[in-house]
Design a protein around this ligand. Structure first.
Ligand SMILES: [Fe+2]
Ligand SMILES: [Fe+2]
Length: 249
């Protein structure tokens, strides 16, 4: 065996040194609220805490683990602490996005969360997370689900659009030109071919959009999957992934 080949094998053997980015959403943890038992929605949710632990055990401390929202059923920060503690103890650098159920996370108080959990958890809101020459940018987003009037939806969508642009601008200002865009909600409402979120992804040449929120086989095709107009879309809701995070980079 040539020395070159031997060195290559040794390098690959230590591939733990090569960093990677993974993503999953919707753990819907309920350590403080056992009454929020998700198995009422089917066996797909059974033992998800243990399954996630098993599926991330090979991650390195330098890997990035993106959690795409709906982390906790907690009613406030105190109530969500056991759920956040569980996430804190997962391997890798944890980057969290807000989901529609995350009552512990007031968007306006994101800086406070980032100070309190500095070094353990990064809360992505109106900011970005650097990974090599990529910026992870994002916001919760929104899709129309008939849960409010269309006018109310438009208001929420406009706010989320601004938040997403703020995240991109912060990353661009810091010199980043390569982007992975994160949303909790799907990028389009059912039946839409485009939205302000897909337009922003295209205009900023985001390589990928990763989103979650859609649960149950009847919702897994709500929006894009795969390449659309130069952007690669992936659904990463926990039940869709069988609670095994997808590799993003
Ligand atoms: Fe969810
Ligand atoms: Fe959600």
């Amino acid at each position: 065996m040539s020395l070159f080949l031997f060195v290559c094998i040794c390098f690959l053997w230590h591939n733990g040194d090569v960093m990677a980015v993974y993503a999953i959403g919707d753990l819907h943890l309920c350590f403080s609220r056992p009454e929020k038992d998700m198995t009422v929605f089917g066996p797909a949710w059974k033992n998800r805490e243990k399954r996630v632990l098993k599926n991330v055990r090979k991650l390195n401390e330098d890997d990035v683990l993106i959690l795409l929202g709906d982390h906790s059923w907690g009613t406030d920060l105190e109530n969500s602490r056991p759920d956040l503690e569980y996430i804190k103890n997962l391997p890798g650098r944890k980057v969290l996005l807000r989901g529609n159920h995350d009552r512990f996370w007031d968007a306006k108080k994101t800086d406070r969360l980032n100070r309190e959990f500095a070094g353990d958890l990064f809360f992505l809101q109106n900011n970005f997370y650097p990974y090599e020459d990529y910026a992870l940018v994002g916001t919760k987003g929104i899709a129309f689900e008939n849960l409010c009037t269309y006018e109310q939806f438009e208001k929420l969508r406009d706010r989320e659009e601004k938040r997403l642009l703020t995240s991109f601008e912060a990353a661009e200002k810091a010199g980043f030109r390569k982007f992975i865009m994160l949303l909790h909600f799907p990028p389009t409402s059912i039946g839409e071919e485009e939205s302000c979120f897909t337009r922003i992804a295209e205009e900023h040449h985001a390589e990928q959009v990763i989103y979650a929120h859609c649960h149950g086989t009847e919702r897994h095709d709500d929006s894009f999957k795969g390449m659309v107009r130069g952007v690669n879309y992936s659904l990463a809701s926990g039940d869709y992934l069988k609670f095994k995070p997808i590799r993003v980079l």
